[in-house]
Design a protein. Structure first.
Ligand code: ADP
Ligand code: GLC
Length: 468
């Protein structure tokens, strides 16, 4: 099958979070199964763009309302990512360093979708499926079905994967003219709660919808930032497919970003060496259990709870514990996390910012990974932690529920039910108790490093879904 993935992110080209990891891996694994999966994404002004060679496959203009923007589509020449990568360069819109966060993001992603479809509409053949990821590509299913300009693509099946239903990309009806012309009586398909809502439009118009874990699919019927009733209505065409991880990128035995690579046999000494380096860089005591949090510092991840949890634990346990945070996001949370540094020097540290290499070093060097998420559609961090022999301490929600079983239930992680200071602190207390039994920790480590969360299975599940 020829599968076109349309996405705002794709690792290693541009990544903000897990969406990038998924779109950088799933197509590769689909190709390994004998299919032809390609990725089409905006051409941001990133290091990847500057350091790779491209050929031009399309030159044109994209019409956005009353304005025209020059478009150029570039194909990466080497195919070394394991799939064909196409970057859509739109002058004045995509050529910036960041992925999101600009005042004109609506225009940027709408222009991206229109330009990508303009290009595909010209092809002599048609792809077998267009697979859209999140709201940034949410208008594709509507536009291929109802905009005259894309009539030649109307018969191509569209699949939407919801990575995070909290973000929907809504904009006002005053910007309706930005969407290429369609029969106006179809406008209701764009509508949700008085606005044009790309995620809602995709849920209504896509042939199939998936969420990134089975539990999240259940949860969004009751909690989806206002889309609950719509999702319940479209239940019949929905499926929950658990994300995988890229076992080639995330492999402690070959990971070039680690201080010291290790495998199952050398896990004990390998992890100890990584921990020792990490602790020396961040001024932490290597003999204490090292907890970490890696991620976006936002409410969904429970990041606002972290300063109080850490204050609580560090006051209670003093020098018996180590904590290291890597993340960025809400400036207030960043400030409070930074503030703890002076109070608990030698037991606590934080790196505010995004740092891919440091994240690998922390997954390998930490003893426990905290994920007190309020919402977690899948979560990849806990799967990376497992692969690197780090025990996850997670809230039982979404994909965390589907991937981590509590030691009390015969499993290998520590789970708690609520996202609050008390529950997380108690879970950390249980982790410290476990840490006291190093034989047990060693057994768990060996077990979790062997769990198979690779994309092999899920890549096939998507193929099956496209074919129905
Ligand atoms: P989400 O996509 O909701 O942020 P996921 O668990 O699916 O959560 O994926 C997060 C990805 O982003 C992981 O690869 C994680 O290692 C990475 N990540 C998050 N924050 C940072 C950071 N500050 N520095 C480096 N990597 C980060
Ligand atoms: C989203 C979700 C996260 C998921 C990721 C990849 O960012 O918040 O839970 O793992 O997408 O699907």
């Amino acid at each position: 099958m020829e599968i076109i993935h349309l996405s705002a992110e794709c690792y290693p080209v541009a990544k903000v979070g897990g969406l990038g990891d998924v779109v950088g891996a799933l197509p590769k694994y689909q190709n390994k199964l004998g299919h032809t999966a390609k990725v089409v994404m905006p051409a941001y002004h990133t290091k990847f763009l500057l350091e790779h060679e491209f050929e031009v496959v399309y030159d044109g203009l994209v019409k956005l309302g009353f304005r025209n923007f020059p478009v150029r589509i570039l194909r990466e020449k080497t195919n070394k990512l394991g799939f064909d990568l196409y970057l859509v360069h739109i002058e004045g819109l995509t050529d910036r360093e960041g992925v999101y966060g600009y005042g004109d993001d609506t225009e940027r992603f709408l222009a991206f979708q229109i330009a990508a479809l303009d290009w595909m509409a010209q092809w002599e053949h048609k792809p077998d499926v267009i697979h859209c990821h999140d709201h940034h590509t949410g208008l594709v299913a509507f536009m291929t079905a109802y905009c005259g300009q894309f009539r030649s693509l109307a018969s191509v099946p569209t699949v939407l994967t919801i990575h995070n239903g909290q973000y929907q990309g809504q904009f006002g009806w005053d910007r309706l003219h930005l969407i290429p012309s369609f029969d106006l009586w179809k406008a209701g398909l764009l509508e949700w709660r008085g606005a044009i809502n790309p995620l809602a439009a995709a849920i209504k118009c896509s042939w199939k919808i998936t969420t990134v874990s089975p539990s999240y699919l259940e949860e969004i019927k009751h909690s989806a930032n206002g889309l609950e009733s719509l999702l319940s209505q479209e239940w019949a065409k929905s499926a929950g497919i658990l994300n995988g991880i890229d076992n080639e990128v995330w492999n402690p035995a070959t990971d070039p970003m680690l201080y010291k690579a290790y495998d199952l046999k050398t896990a004990e000494t390998g992890k100890a060496e990584n921990k020792a380096e990490l602790c020396s860089v961040f001024n932490l005591d290597v003999s204490k259990p090292l907890f970490t949090f890696i991620g976006r510092l936002v409410g969904e991840k429970g990041a606002d709870l972290l300063p109080d949890i850490f204050y609580n634990m560090l006051s209670q346990y003093g020098k018996e514990i180590g904590i290291l945070v890597l993340g960025s996001g809400d400036p207030q949370v960043e400030g409070r996390l930074n503030h703890l540094k002076q109070m608990f020097e030698g037991s606590y540290n934080v790196f505010i910012g995004y740092n891919e290499q440091l994240s690998h070093q922390i997954y390998s060097g930490a003893d426990f990974l905290l994920m007190p998420s309020r919402v977690e559609p899948c979560g990849l961090n806990q799967m990376y932690a497992l692969r690197y022999g780090t025990i996850p301490v997670v809230r039982r929600i979404g994909g965390l529920k589907d991937t981590v079983t509590d030691i009390g239930d015969g499993g290998f992680g520590i789970c708690h039910d609520q996202s609050n200071v008390w529950d997380v602190s108690r879970a950390m207390g249980r982790a410290m108790e476990l840490y006291g039994d190093q034989n047990k920790v060693g057994e768990i480590r060996k077990f979790i490093m062997q769990l198979d969360h690779s994309w092999d299975k899920a890549a096939q599940e998507y193929i099956n879904l496209y074919q129905i």
